[in-house]
Design a protein around this ligand. Structure first.
Ligand SMILES: CC(C)(COP(=O)(O)OP(=O)(O)OC[C@H]1O[C@@H](n2cnc3c(N)ncnc32)[C@H](O)[C@@H]1OP(=O)(O)O)[C@@H](O)C(=O)NCCC(=O)NCCS
Length: 166
């Protein structure tokens, strides 16, 4: 991690999705998000359109932080794709980014907020997240064209059930 001596008071946080620049998002992911390096702009547009809230961090016109959530507004929510540009890490911006997502009206009343992380458990613990061994199921989606129609319907129901039970 970088030194905490830098002054980041000029960094602006924003939850206006219309400000999101997909090219800058791709650049940020290529730099700092190992799981999202190969995402194309068309798919990122879809993810952005279907996520709420989305919080970005800005140094002037440069987007240096991104995080997005999905939420039902009351029971369950999930946080995805939390990234701070490597030059800006270690100064509290990641914490502020996640806290800004959590304080959004779609997240702040939700009973449980989940997230998945490969390496950053310590970071999220500092924000108040806890390990949760009991909710680790995942469905790797199969192409639906390869299934007969009746199985296709039941596969859809299974997917929904796993999501609901989280
Ligand atoms: C994870 C990430 C968002 C953290 O952002 P950041 O701005 O560097 O983190 P902060 O400075 O806000 O750190 C907040 C606290 O977490 C601690 N922390 C941050 N990263 C840590 C790590 N890897 N290990 C242990 N503690 C960590 C900080 O020391 C700080 O502790 P404090 O409460 O004592 O002050 C950033 O490192 C990043 O973008 N990494 C690459 C992408 C990534 O892995 N994202 C997470 C995907 S799930």
């Amino acid at each position: 991690m970088k030194s905490t001596a830098k002054d980041y008071r000029h960094i602006q946080f924003c939850d206006d999705r219309s400000k999101i620049d997909i090219k800058q998002l791709q650049t940020l992911f290529k730099l700092a998000a190992f799981w999202a390096r190969e995402r194309c702009s068309e798919d990122l547009e879809i993810a952005v359109a279907n996520s709420n809230p989305i919080v970005t961090a800005w140094d002037g016109e440069e987007m240096i932080g991104f995080a997005r959530g999905t939420s039902d507004g009351i029971y369950r929510a999930t946080i995805w794709d939390v990234v701070i540009h490597p030059d800006y890490q270690g100064g509290g911006l990641g914490r502020k980014l996640v806290q800004t997502v959590l304080s959004h009206p779609l997240m702040c009343r939700v009973e449980r907020v989940y997230l998945m992380t490969t390496h950053q458990q310590k970071f999220y613990e500092r924000i108040g997240f806890e390990y949760n061994q009991s909710t680790t199921m995942v469905l790797y989606n199969q192409p639906m064209e390869s299934l007969p129609r009746t199985e296709q319907n039941s596969a859809n129901q299974t997917a929904n059930a796993v999501s609901i039970s989280r």
